[in-house]
Design a protein around this ligand. Sequence first.
Ligand code: PEP
Ligand code: MG
Length: 936
Amino acid sequence: MATPPKKSTPAGQAPSRTTRTAVKRFVFPFSEAGSEGGRDDRDLLGGKGANLAEMCKLGLPVPPGFTISTEVSAHVSRRGTWPRALEEQVAQAMVQLEGRMAKRFGDVEDPLLVSVRSGARVSMPGMMDTVLNLGLNRRTVEGLAARSGNPRFAWDAFRRFVQMYGDVVLGVHAIDGATQSPFTLALEGAKRAAGVSEDVDLDVDALRALTERYLALVEERTGTPFPEEPDAQLWGAIEAVFRSWDNPRARTYRTLNGIPHDWGTAVNVVAMVYGNLGETSGTGVAFTRDPSTGEKRFYGEFLMNAQGEDVVAGLRTPEPIHALEARAPAAWKELDRIQQTLEAHYRDMQDLEFTIQDGKLYMLQCRAGKRTGMAALRIAVDLVAEGKLTRDEALMAVDPSSLTQVLAPVFDPQQLRAARTEGRRLTKGLNAGPGAATGRIVFDADRAEERAALGEPVILVRIETSPEDIHGMHAAAGILTARGGMTSHAALVARQMGKVCVAGCGELDIDLDAGSLRVGAKTLIEGDWLSLDGTSGEVLEGQVATRPSEVLARLFGAQRKQPSPLFEAYSTLLSWADDVRTLGVRANADQPDQCKTAIAFGAEGVGLCRTEHMFFEDAKIRIVREMILAENTAARERALEKLLPLQRKDFEGIFKAMGVRPVTIRTLDPPLHEFLPHDAEAIEDLARDLGTTTTVLRAKIESLSELNPMLGHRGCRLGIAYPEITRMQARALFEAACNVANRTGKKPRPEVMIPLIATARELELQEAVVRSVAEEVFAAKGVRVPYLVGTMIELPRAALTAGEIAPHAEFFSFGTNDLTQTTFGISRDDGGTFLPLYIGDEIVARDPFEAIDVAGVGRLMRIAVEEGRGARPDLKLGICGEHGGEPSSVAFCHDLGLDYVSCSPYRLPIARLAAAQAALRTAATDRSATHEPSDG
Ligand code: PEP
Ligand code: MG
């Protein structure tokens, strides 16, 4: 919903009755007796609703209820009112629910209570709202107390209800700079007055007094009494939960995760079961496998005598799931059976929520469990070994971007050991999000965002995180919390984001107001360095250097002797990906060691060697400057003569590393002023070197500066103005190729690439230079190497006239960095100042420098492919802009029919998997097209 739903009726009041008959269904009941929907109805019922219905179908113990479909969300945002039939359908479903539970809603003797819970198509943990224990008021609470024989429980349920309803529906939040809500403050006051530290230690009288305080608080804040009428409560909650789709944290979460804002949520109304009835009741969250490592073991935590949110809210630290066996043996046995059933049924790791009421188990939710990138890999590969998934399904099950985490750094072991022996190990918490992070302490999400924007690594330290902290968590390198378990908000969200997180660190004494944290005798403040090991849970004072991950270490030949299930899973999955992908993968690399890294990551060639990157070493930069500042061609050629052997040596290193794999070498591209010094001292040095004065040199530098250098004298324009530069580069690379061929017997395959052409004639001129040098070198060296000459397509004119350009090009490589810059007219260097605003305001769906803008830049690419291949059917096509390692762009390149993508070495695993997924998607579409019945 773009705007909060407008009320058709005042808050809390049911919409007017409708008399229409042939009406659309918006309400879908479920119970152990069955359900109409199921797992395939996520779009209509939301993930939670669809899975509750599915569990009912499987005959699992689920409390009955009904789902109000996502279509209501859409209807409200379109028309600003409830659908007319909704009220009657909800009323009917409530009557049915009363029948199933043999209780009545609002009954003063034995009231039916319900929960009202959000549930979108994809899970958005903690981002939207929930209300529990709805239906309680001063009269029904007495009924509940009498029926349950447990007045403490009844009043605890009532005070929780008033708190949640007050917060979610009536908007009673913290004010006047307080960090805690007035309800939490009142609760803390009640505990202090009673001299207890835990909520569970408040007795019935204390809870009754506290609830009355809450009710008074609501009236003071809202100016109206708390709604006592259950129907009004129900409609108030339904409306608020629908509205929570549009709260700021949910919007941020969707933007970060690419979830469309127009999907809307469903709302689930479910009969309450109680985990807070006493010591034989409880509630918990569990995963069918370890969500951090992917290991196959039932994993989770629970709290006895607690309700729903207590486990995930992180207010009390829960017990590990296996302890349930001793606490509630029958429920444990059933839960263990159910977790196996659900995993086998869904053929994926599941995240479960359950409640035990007086020893009887109820399932409240199941969904595909959030997991780290490491766990995703391992689970997918293990499920194939267990016969639960096919290889293709396993390939589709892993998000390519999550591979970033697998390659995430760990601490340098020496520095870590040193930190420990120096006594810098402060404490240990739960290893909630793996990886190593080091950064400066901040205590607030906004501060985290501010300091990170200045380029500082930060560690966000909170007592516990809440969904309001999401932007700060996103900005932080690591997250540390004092409270909460492995399924706390911090833990769940950090793992999904791939953030390093240590949670539930009980020894930390955090004072948010003072901006300090204390562990034992140590006190740290904002700005101090802190290091987190999210894999072991350790917290260390100061900075500890990080180093490559386990997979990286293995890839580069270290730690071979230790078993590494993660490395096995990584290699297995990527080898499957290589079997199915049709798109080639190359790396952008300019140094021999980068080439070696690239090969270890699976590169089949180099797609872009930026020759200018070879110019920056000290010895070379002086000669390059001499060349740039030369007064005439003869002087320039003298400088180029000095550069030739150095550049040739660089190329030899690259050709040797790449063997017979193709290597795309681009001739000089950037504007020349980028190579010149700008500070006074460097200018003096250079003047001395060149035997000139600083005044003359300054004037020359001044004459080379351009108003808009990205559109200036750069790219092929340099080679056109100074063909001797192209000639030297061609000579260096062909001589290097011939030398390596003669020495190793393996012929390198250079592909010479001319940058930034706008017209066919530019390419024609540069092509002639390259080919004539090639022939001279081959004749002189007595050997030929296979080579290609081609061009980058990075200007709209080049794309639009590709048919004219192709006769001179054996290949095109899309330089989508420049193509995006020139298509949008947004500078790639400083677009960052306003692009975030564009993305946040949905002017552009994603940053076009990150993911290809299919409608604009993509359209130009399509034209270039069609016209290029039309003029030259064997034209080879690739991409070497940054988009070459971004999954959605890789898929687009596959669909366009490119031959390869080229990206930075570390993104190659992502590109390989994304390419495999694109091939599998195409195969599936082709299959369904052939099976489509013909309409003849
Ligand atoms: C491009 O423009 O996409 C490209 C790869 O070239 P560079 O980033 O070096 O301008
Ligand atoms: Mg470019």
